[in-house]
Design a protein around this ligand. Structure first.
Ligand code: ADP
Ligand code: MG
Length: 257
């Protein structure tokens, strides 16, 4: 279990994270949802250990990690831009981290991940021969072969569209459940957060607005911010479609008759 206690982070007297406290259970998928500049990436980097906190505590499985350097925490991140090595093919990217820590994943385990992520026929390709969705899956595989204790993802879906986005979402859910892997995902898209995760952490200007199951966020928004900026966004989207094209899709109306 991961627990954050009263986390604060400031840069030059400007408060970026303000008193963040929460608990995340092992195997949970948690989205960090908030507008641009609200502190999402900073919070992810604080958990990873890349960014030092100003005050507070990070506890993981009973151990205080607040002063433990990134490489000893055993967490791992997929950055927003994937950060793949362009001079290596997909397979060599995936197994790159195993050079320094051989044996963390067996060849069979690597093969299983490659299969789960649907990458089998792309392993020999150079990175510039892969689509955005394929690059994202290679980046995921590269991180997962290192068997992180927590998987951190910074806007993993924002560069993808439509069907590809849905398929990556499903794979993230599949992997989190299959490996009982705690997964923390940054997103600015309310629909994505609510459909992908077990719990959603909504932050605004570095403060927690609400941290609940999607069901609870939708039915019982706790703050003006959640109501006005998160839920209303979804309603406006829906209403725009229905205003343009009518209240019921023709197929659904037909089926209802
Ligand atoms: P988000 O990911 O939600 O868009 P960030 O966590 O990247 O937001 O940034 C939150 C705020 O912290 C922004 O105002 C940003 O300018 C500031 N910030 C982030 N990193 C630094 C840094 N290294 N030095 C100073 N300010 C920073
Ligand atoms: Mg960010």
């Amino acid at each position: 279990m991961l627990e954050l206690k009263n986390i604060k982070k400031s840069y030059d007297n400007k408060t970026i994270l303000n008193d963040i406290s929460l608990k995340i259970e092992t195997g949970e998928i948690v989205s960090i949802l908030g507008p641009s500049g609200s502190g999402k990436t900073t919070l992810l980097n604080v958990i990873l250990g890349l960014t030092e906190i100003s005050s507070g505590q990070i506890i993981f499985d009973g151990q205080d990690l607040s002063k433990v350097p990134m490489q000893n925490r055993g967490f791992n991140i997929v950055f927003q831009d994937y950060a793949l090595f362009p001079n290596l093919n997909a397979y060599d990217n995936i197994i790159y981290g195993l050079r320094n820590k051989p044996g963390i994943s067996t060849p069979e385990e690597v093969a299983e991940l490659v299969n789960l992520l649907g990458l089998k026929e792309h392993l020999k390709k150079r990175i510039d021969q892969l689509s955005g969705g394929q690059k994202q899956r290679v980046a995921l595989a590269r991180t997962l072969v290192m068997k992180p204790k927590i998987l951190l993802l910074d806007e993993p879906l924002s560069a993808l569209d439509g069907v590809i986005k849905e398929s990556i979402k499903e794979r993230i859910q599949l992997i989190a459940k299959q490996y009982n892997l705690t997964t923390i995902i940054v997103t600015h898209d309310p629909e994505e957060a609510l459909t992908l995760s077990d719990k959603v952490l909504i932050i605004n200007e570095g403060k927690i607005s609400q941290f609940d199951r999607p069901q609870v966020i939708v039915s019982q928004p706790q703050t003006q911010f959640v109501e006005k900026f998160i839920l209303s966004q979804l309603r406006i989207k829906r209403d725009n479609i229905f205003r343009l094209f009518g209240n019921l899709p023709a197929a659904a109306a037909g089926a209802a008759r």
